[in-house]
Design a binder for this molecule. Structure first.
Ligand code: UDP
Ligand code: MG
Length: 139
């Protein structure tokens, strides 16, 4: 069964969207198999987004991601990666489909409410970045 990592970003937490994001995922058949609220420091945010190091938005993105608490979750289900990304919508909320989380709730291309892994390898890396084996569940 496929697993992915999602984050309710600092803007999503500020906008009281934790429950809404989880509900969208659960309603689409995804199972929450790991869940916690954390606050990343700058270094932790940089490590998480290391694939984007060097890009023009990296500095601002990692400052934003370490600006307040976030909710990280591991999700399990058939096609979990693509399902999650479908529900999130495109990175740029203006390009995102009607009804997607980012289309509905994002402030701008950076403050776009939610993160979702984009491939099997990145999902494995990202889940391990936040969860140890005692914090992941099968049920
Ligand atoms: N981002 C940004 N400006 C850009 C592209 C991305 O601020 O031009 C931010 C945005 O918060 C995005 C994150 O960087 O969610 C990671 O970018 P990625 O291309 O991986 O988009 P995602 O996979 O989150 O849709
Ligand atoms: Mg990405």
């Amino acid at each position: 069964m496929e697993r992915t990592l999602s984050i309710v970003k600092p803007d999503g937490v500020q906008k009281h969207l934790i429950g809404e994001v989880i509900k969208r995922f659960e309603d689409d058949g995804l199972k929450v198999v790991g869940l916690k609220m954390i606050s990343m420091d700058k270094k932790e945010a940089e490590g998480f987004y290391s694939v984007h190091r060097g890009k023009p938005f990296y500095e601002s993105l990692t400052t934003f991601m370490s600006s307040g608490p976030v909710v990280v979750m591991a999700l399990e289900g058939e096609g979990a990666i693509s399902k999650t990304r479908e529900l999130m919508g495109a990175t740029d909320h203006k390009q995102a489909k009607e009804g997607t989380l980012r289309r509905q709730y994002a402030t701008n291309i950076e403050r776009n409410v939610v993160h979702g892994s984009d491939a099997l390898e990145t999902a494995a890396f990202e889940i391990k970045y936040f969860f140890n084996s005692l914090e992941m569940f099968e049920y």
